[in-house]
Design a protein around this ligand. Structure first.
Ligand code: DSN
Length: 437
């Protein structure tokens, strides 16, 4: 077992129940295929920083302007995270304090909009995120979402139609970002649309930051007023968020003439004290570590291989007769489209899980089934790529997915065999943060 090494001796002694459950989850992750598109594997160094003594420290405020004493070293840590973030993404301003992606996005709203303003974003069933204006989220309750999404007939954005909606509705902000869109997002064209209507353009790159760093996806930073991201998912940092932005607000006179604060300062104020208290210094230190790792040639290679693997998996599934949303992928994820099958996305996700392929059911463009069962399954390659898997393994995985789908009615018989084969494959790979070498 790659993770049989005892890593948490104090925890084991003090709280065997929690220790045992962590061990079980670790063994589970090390012996199955983690294909949830928003997951990957954090390194040992990221986890060590995350589990460090920094968890004890309170230091409300920002470096050089704290409300608690004893900040000499934590200021240096936060400054390092900020400087590395600026260098990595070519950003003018970086805030590393958001507790995660949703709080980061809350701060976006609070820094540029007023309650009741119109925003354009993708509804969750179309592939957007809760915080992009979905009705059950604060963003859909306090702001008015003008929805857009991929064209059901192509699975891709129709920029002419999006421009028409934007010009008619004139939202004050446009979100560009997705959780289930397998294609390239053309920030330059979105920026042209935003410019025509004096709207802020905000990218949420949580899902795709590593492939942007690797040069496999267009870079939003030159085109967007703000870029929001998580630092977990494919970036392989801690569960936290960060915001990149321009320093000055190009719409200061139009929308914020009453404020003496520029965009960067308004973002900082929105995060603290607007929404949050003490920054999570353990997460900020781990984010600095992840930013450093992301500057290496190995990380760029990982980003490139994520896309190669997704394309190889897509090709292998198409070759076996499966439909994919939009017909393929340009990114880290693909959506199996089971609209023509008698089984649902949920049936398939549950059957895959029994066989050791862990993914999630997901709406597919043009879906006729409800979001609670769907006709799609979202598959991602970041975790497999972090383990070192390449095109030959994608071929094997497509074969296992096919066997699961062919045996969905007697999955309880088929699953244990497939699961054992998958566990055997996983043993051949070094899993970051799990395999001790
Ligand atoms: N829950 C994440 C995802 O799976 O895409 C987004 O925050």
């Amino acid at each position: 077992m790659p993770n049989s090494v005892e890593r948490y001796p104090h925890l084991k002694q003090n709280d065997p129940e929690i220790y045992d459950l962590i061990q079980k989850q670790t063994v589970y992750e090390a012996s199955t295929l983690k294909m949830i598109a928003s997951e990957s594997f954090a390194s040992f160094s990221v986890m060590e920083a995350c589990g460090s003594t920094l968890t004890n420290k309170y230091c409300e405020g920002y470096p050089g302007a704290r409300y608690y004493e004893g900040y000499e070293f934590v200021d240096q840590i936060e400054n390092l995270a900020i400087e590395r973030g600026k260098k990595l993404f070519g950003a003018e301003h970086v805030n590393v304090q958001p507790y995660s992606g949703s709080p980061a996005n809350q701060a976006v709203y609070r820094s540029i909009l007023k309650s009741g303003d119109k925003i354009m974003g993708m509804p969750v069933p179309e592939g957007g995120h809760l915080t992009h204006g979905w009705k059950v989220n604060f963003s859909g309750m306090d702001y008015v979402q003008i929805p857009y999404g991929p064209d059901p007939s192509t699975g891709r954005f129709d920029l002419t139609q999006i421009r028409d909606v934007a010009k008619k509705e004139r939202p004050k902000m446009i979100w560009v970002g997705a959780t289930a869109y397998p294609y390239i997002i053309e920030y330059k064209q979105f920026a042209e649309i935003a410019n025509e209507i004096d709207a802020y353009l905000v990218a949420d790159i949580s899902h795709i930051n590593a492939i942007i760093i690797a040069g496999e996806h267009p870079d939003p930073t030159p085109y967007c007023d703000i870029v929001s991201s998580t630092s977990h998912k494919m970036l392989r940092g801690p569960r936290a968020g960060f915001l990149l932005s321009k320093t000055e607000d190009r719409y200061q006179q139009k929308y914020h003439a009453d404020s003496k604060l520029n965009l960067a300062k308004r973002i900082d104020r929105a995060v603290f004290p607007g929404l949050q208290g003490g920054p999570h210094m353990h997460a900020i230190a781990a984010m600095a570590v992840a930013f450093k790792d992301a500057m290496t040639p190995e990380f760029r290679e990982y980003g490139k291989q994520i896309v190669k693997n997704a394309k190889a998996l897509a090709a292998a599934l198409l070759a076996r007769g499966y439909d994919l949303a939009g017909g393929g992928t340009d990114t880290h994820l693909l959506i199996l489209d089971f609209r023509k099958k008698e089984f649902t996305g949920k049936d398939a996700a549950q059957a895959l899980s029994k066989a050791g392929i862990i993914a999630n059911f997901n709406m597919t463009p043009g879906d006729h089934r409800s979001p609670f069962i769907t006709s799609g399954v979202r598959l991602g390659t970041p975790s497999l790529t972090a383990m070192g898997m390449k095109e030959p393994e994608m071929e094997l995985i497509a074969g296992w997915i096919d066997r699961v789908c062919q045996n969905i009615k007697n999955i309880d018989v088929a699953a244990p065999v497939i699961r054992a084969e998958i566990a055997d494959l996983c043993k051949k790979f070094v899993i970051p943060g799990i395999t001790q070498v």
